[in-house]
Write a protein of this length. Sequence first.
Length: 449
Amino acid sequence: MTVVVVGGGISGLLCAWELSARGQDVRVIEADRVGGSVRSADLGNFVADVGAEAYSIVRPEAAMLIARLGLESVSPRRSDARLVLTDVTAPIPAASVLGIPSDPAAADVQVFLNAAEVARALADAHIPLPQSLPASLGELVRIRMGSAVVERLVDPVVRGVHAVRADDIDVDMVVPGLRAAMHRTGSLASGVQTLLEQRSGSSGVAGSAVRSVPGGMTGVVDALSEKCGAEILTGTVALSVARASDGWAVTTDHGTFAAEQVILALPCTTAGTLLEDAALADHLSQVRLGDVVVVALRVRSRALSHEPVGSGALVDRPDVKAKGLTQSSAKWDWIRAALPEDEHVVRLSYGRDGEDPWQLLGSDPVATAIADLVAVTGASDVELLASEVQPWPQSLSHPSPEHAQWRERLAQLLERAPGLQVVGPGISGNGIAGAVASVADMIARWETL
Ligand SMILES: Cc1cc2nc3c(=O)[nH]c(=O)nc-3n(C[C@H](O)[C@H](O)[C@H](O)COP(=O)(O)OP(=O)(O)OC[C@H]3O[C@@H](n4cnc5c(N)ncnc54)[C@H](O)[C@@H]3O)c2cc1C
């Protein structure tokens, strides 16, 4: 069977690999270069990730892919990012998931909550669990632990990581398994504890929820491109995907390609613009995607050598424009080992809740990033050595609390378009793990055809 995969990010390359391995004749159409949101940039003879820098191990899919590719995986050297609020800067509570504590009375939680707020959060253990739990992460935490836990912990973390408010995101997409664990254990705190135990083996302390590969995540793209067994056409923009008498026709700026099956491995909203089926196009356009800009800096600073904010910071403070920063040279051994003494790589990211990141960054994005770095870390001796400003338009998916219904409707619409599939993050979960899960779902459907 001939298959055209539109999009050469992780999802598209993985689809190509899976289907080539099943004997299909696969061609990948990629508008730019392979990798999509996984990309690196040269920061003065040092190559660093300027897109995804890690994969989540909260669910197993991405880790399984890394193992299948035969790649080495590494844990962060430290994973003690700070939460930076107007009145307090402190480590994100160790035993927490997306800011939700497993023990609201823990000392590192009490830094963020007053006694009454802690008491309200502890009530979660005694309030009977309703049969039906809200799909909105913010609402779920609010009804169990109270508003302060949402406002002081969960919202700042979720806005920093997923660039959207906790109220506006589907809990199953960002903390898969939490609602099921709550039903088994009877409370939010014990549900979180269960997830932490699954992640850590048994200690129940957060450890790291992410891993990466030495040399950066582009190593995953290189390995997938090499193994995928497909013809990859880079610099080829798909313009439309339409039914043809014997399957599908993918029209690109380099000609039209016929295929029996087409897989759209693109951000949903872009996928929608290619389709002539108005109902499907309209449905795909409903997924909310946010614009983000990453500013990567290579700097010299003795103060940063003391790693003042650990592995990084999630920021919710009005005088700082960045939503988060990662001190990559503190987080990853391979980066630290490759840099001379007192040199550091720091990534700052901009854009959340529909903010225009360019407006935040102003006319000199690098100067804004350095000002934010100094404000958050207190490192006043920062000397810039190299920088890269990487725009990521429409790149972070924000699956709403109605996502389960949206997926059901998508499946119905796709039934009316045999031979067409849609994969990518925001369908089966967020980030690389979600992208891999969406491909696994697609392959499972494929095998029943
Ligand atoms: C700044 C940033 C940081 C992130 N950090 C992390 C992280 O640390 N951990 C994590 O798990 N996830 C992270 N993510 C998310 C993760 O990178 C993505 O979920 C994942 O890489 C998406 O892969 P994909 O192949 O589904 O989509 P994409 O990577 O979006 O790939 C889609 C591809 O389609 C191509 N394309 C678009 N339009 C067309 C067209 N018309 N014709 C042909 N090709 C087209 C694009 O050029 C692109 O290559 C991050 C994302 C960003 C933006």
